[in-house]
Design a binder for this molecule. Structure first.
Ligand SMILES: [Zn+2]
Length: 130
């Protein structure tokens, strides 16, 4: 048997929980108006909003990968072909672009990725042969 902690009467049906100051009381529905009704905690932690955020991260990663150098795959072969069409030796072209022959050789072998600056100089010299 459940009794109201205020009036001592038997509680019929559901008991009400109220707080008066610091104390929490189990009371009958008639006495519930004496304090603040305490809402049961179960009902408060419902409605999760996780999960919707996860897809956004992947979209952003795809975007970042697309950025970067736009060098053609066979830049080395193109430089060599153009140089040969121009009738220049590696040393001659190197001298014209003010770079070492060894650098040019590495570019043509695609051992290194030329900087935009070097590529521009090569294109300027060989532009009618590329
Ligand atoms: Zn009561």
């Amino acid at each position: 048997m459940t009794e109201c902690e205020i009036c001592g009467a038997e509680i019929r049906g559901r008991a009400q929980y109220i707080s008066i100051g610091a104390s929490k009381l189990k009371v009958c529905s008639a006495c519930a108006r004496h304090g603040t009704v305490v809402v049961e905690e179960k009902k408060m932690k419902m409605g999760r909003s996780e999960g919707a955020k996860k897809t956004k991260l992947y979209e952003r990663m795809d975007h970042e990968i697309e950025e970067g150098l736009e060098l053609e795959e066979d830049y080395g072969r193109k430089v060599r072909d153009a140089r040969e069409r121009a009738g220049l030796k590696q040393t001659e072209l190197a001298k014209r672009i003010n770079e070492k022959q060894s650098l040019l050789r590495k570019i043509e072998n695609e051992e290194i990725t030329p900087s935009n600056d070097v590529m521009r100089k090569i294109e300027r010299v060989l532009k009618s042969f590329i």
